[in-house]
Structures are given as structure tokens and as C-alpha cells.
Design a protein around this ligand. Structure first.
Ligand code: AN7
Length: 346
């Protein structure tokens, strides 16, 4: 049913771990025909927006909550650019525990904010960026004895490995390239660990090259330096000092992958391309990998015919404001058939 039910044997769960679930995981892996043809590759999208809170975060959150509950946690805390807070708030609601979420004030997409508030978390807007909010969350967790459910919590990354397992279960083995947006660098690290674990137990013969994509204004792993004032309209990945940077670097090195950055304009163009040619609406951060593939194709650096899986990390509905800023507006008419037929002619 959920990640713990489906993959419990591969996860650090014990008899005492509560089998909680909101039905996370088991998301579609969709072949994207039009864009595959355009890029001359075999391109699949992992639709993580189909998770219960609308992003990949639920895979790890269910594990973080289960293990914390096993240890007797009374309350939960996280900092977030939005999706972690929505996910944590959802699981906290479902297990009936309080949850504090720290958000960078004014920099969280509308849908994510609505979720955290509706699920009933205590939502705290911090006048600072995500990196500062995370420092505060860690300090408060330590002082008050709350369970911290950011990806500094190792169980988060454990649960997120399940994404890699599902990809291999569907394709029969790992793809040639695994493309993923990188913010706090947890997901790329978790996928790599998941692929390696699957290879060890004989479920895939090969390992993919890990291709991480950051926004140009928040690209510490591309430049090799922390970014003190990250800026990008892909607010999910507006992170300057990734907590799992060391793991992500190791993943890219070991897999002979790469980090690349893309501009906000390239991200928006990719978001439009994916929705208008692929029929898939993903949030801006999720479109950084596609933006990167388009760019690599232009540079002649995208090998023909390779199988690429890109993780579409969050649902497009989470950020209606950014979408509407480039989507155009409906054609307005009165209420007559004449007017209707007129606009239908184009
Ligand atoms: C849609 O919610 O960091 O590299 O606080 O929401 O594992 O951080 C979100 C990150 C990609 C980057 N795509 O993943 C948070 C948060 C979406 C995201 C990422 C995030 P990591």
C-alpha cells in the first residue's frame, strides 16, 4: 500500500515500527513520447506529484515519522522551502501529533502554504532564507526534544530510496541517466543509495549516471562554493548551503555523472514544454532536469538513444502563481453560440 508496506524488507524497520501510510509511493513512470523524439532519447518522467501531499517528500516522511514514533516522539519540526512542510504537516495530522514548520517568509509557493495550514501545522514564517530556517529548526529540535524531519534525519533518505527501486522494478533495471533537481541534495543522494542497494541484491545489473540540476541563482554544487543569497523562481530549490552536499558529490563522482545549472528562463520554458507537449504539469523546480536536458542537447552533450529517467518531484498545482505568470489567460466571450464559434475559428 505505501512505502513501508511495499519495501519494508529493504528498510530499517523493526516489529515495533508503526506501519503508518498515507498511500505514498508507487507513482507512475511515464514514457514521454513527444519530448523523447525531440531530444532523440528515451525519456521517462517519474510522477512524484502523484504522492499524497503532491511531492516526493512523502516517501521519506513516512519513514521519518514511523521511526520517530517508534522512539516515542511527541512533536515534530522542520524547515522547508514548502514541500517538506506540506508533507510533514500531513503525516503529523494523520498520526495526531503537533508539527512546527519554519518557512522562509514570502518565498513559499501558494499551494504548499495552503497545505501546511490546512493540515493544521503551526506555520512559522522566518525572516531569512531556508538555510537560516533550517539552523533554527535544528536548534529548537535539540533544545525541546522534538523530532526533526528534514533530510538531516537519516530515515528520510532511507524512504526516498524507494523511488529508485520502483524505477528498476518497472524498467527491469536502472536507466542510463538519472536526472533530478538538486536543492538540499537529499534526493539525489537517496536515489543513488537506492540504485546501489538494488545492484547489491541483484535487482539491477547496471547503475545510472547521476545528473543533478540546480537553478543558476542557487547552484553551490555547480560552482563548488556555498551561495549565501540563493535566488530563483523555482523556490523549492532556493537553497544555498545543501545539507547533503557531501553525499551528492559522492553520488555524482561515483556514478560519473554531472552537476549542471539552468536559468530561470530555461526552467520556465521546460515547464511549458512538459505541460504543452507532454501533458504533465510539474512545478518549476521539477522542470530543472528537463531544462538541463534541452540545454545539453543544444550543446551536443546528450548521447542519442539513451534511456533517461527524470524525477518530476512536485505537482504543478503547488505553484499556481508562477504558472499563471506565463500561461496566458482565458479568451473571454459573452454567452452566445456565435461568439463561441468565432473564437473557436482562432
Ligand atoms: C519539488 O521542501 O528542500 O535536493 O524544504 O520541493 O532533496 O532538497 C524541497 C526540495 C526538488 C530538491 N524538487 O530536493 C523543502 C525542500 C522539489 C522540491 C527539491 C525540492 P533535495
Amino acid at each position: 500500500m505505501g512505502v513501508i508496506q511495499n519495501y519494508g524488507k529493504l528498510l530499517p524497520v523493526t516489529e515495533k515500527t508503526p506501519r503508518i501510510t498515507l498511500g505514498e509511493g508507487n507513482t507512475p513512470l511515464v514514457y514521454i513520447e513527444n519530448i523523447s523524439k525531440m531530444l532523440e532519447i528515451e525519456l521517462y518522467g517519474k510522477l512524484e506529484g502523484c504522492n499524497p501531499s503532491g511531492s516526493f517528500k512523502d516517501r521519506g516522511m513516512v519513514m521519518a515519522f514511523a521511526k520517530a514514533l517508534e522512539d516515542g516522539a511527541k512533536a515534530f519540526v522542520c524547515a522547508s522551502t514548502g514541500n517538506t512542510s506540506a508533507s510533514a504537516a500531513a503525516y503529523a495530522a494523520s498520526v495526531g501529533k503537533p508539527c512546527f514548520v519554519l518557512l522562509p517568509a514570502g518565498k513559499v509557493a501558494l499551494g504548499k502554504l495552503a497545505q501546511a495550514l490546512m493540515y493544521g501545522a503551526k506555520v512559522i514564517a522566518v525572516k531569512g532564507n531556508f538555510d537560516r530556517a533550517l539552523e533554527l529548526a535544528r536548534e529548537a529540535a535539540e533544545k525541546e526534544g522534538f523530532a526533526i524531519v528534514n533530510s538531516v534525519n537519516p530515515y528520510r533518505l532511507w524512504g526516498q530510496r524507494s523511488g529508485a527501486w520502483e524505477v528498476c522494478d518497472v524498467l527491469g533495471q536502472a536507466p542510463d541517466w538519472h536526472a533530478v533537481p538538486v536543492g538540499n541534495a537529499g534526493n539525489i543522494s537517496a536515489y543513488w543509495a537506492g540504485y546501489k542497494q538494488y545492484k547489491e541484491i541483484g535487482k539491477t545489473d547496471k547503475l545510472p549516471r547521476m545528473m543533478g540540476f540546480q537553478a543558476e541563482g542557487a547552484a553551490p554544487l555547480v560552482t563548488g562554493k556555498p551561495c549565501p543569497s540563493p535566488e530563483t523562481l523555482a523556490t523549492a530549490i532556493r537553497i544555498g548551503s545543501p545539507v547533503s552536499a557531501h553525499l551528492a558529490k559522492a553520488a555524482v563522482e561515483e556514478s560519473e555523472g554531472e552537476f549542471n545549472s539552468v536559468t530561470d528562463e530555461e526552467i520556465l520554458a521546460a515547464q511549458k514544454l512538459l505541460s504543452s507537449k507532454g501533458g504533465i504539469f510539474a512545478e518549476p523546480a521539477s522542470c530543472a532536469p528537463l531544462a538541463g536536458l534541452v540545454k545539453l542537447k543544444k550543446l551536443g552533450k546528450l548521447p542519442k538513444g539513451i534511456k533517461v529517467v527524470m524525477v518530476l518531484t512536485g505537482n504543478g498545482l503547488k505553484d499556481p502563481d508562477t504558472a499563471m505568470s506565463q500561461a496566458g489567460s482565458p479568451v473571454e466571450i459573452g454567452d452566445t453560440l456565435e461568439e463561441l464559434l468565432e473564437v473557436m475559428k482562432g
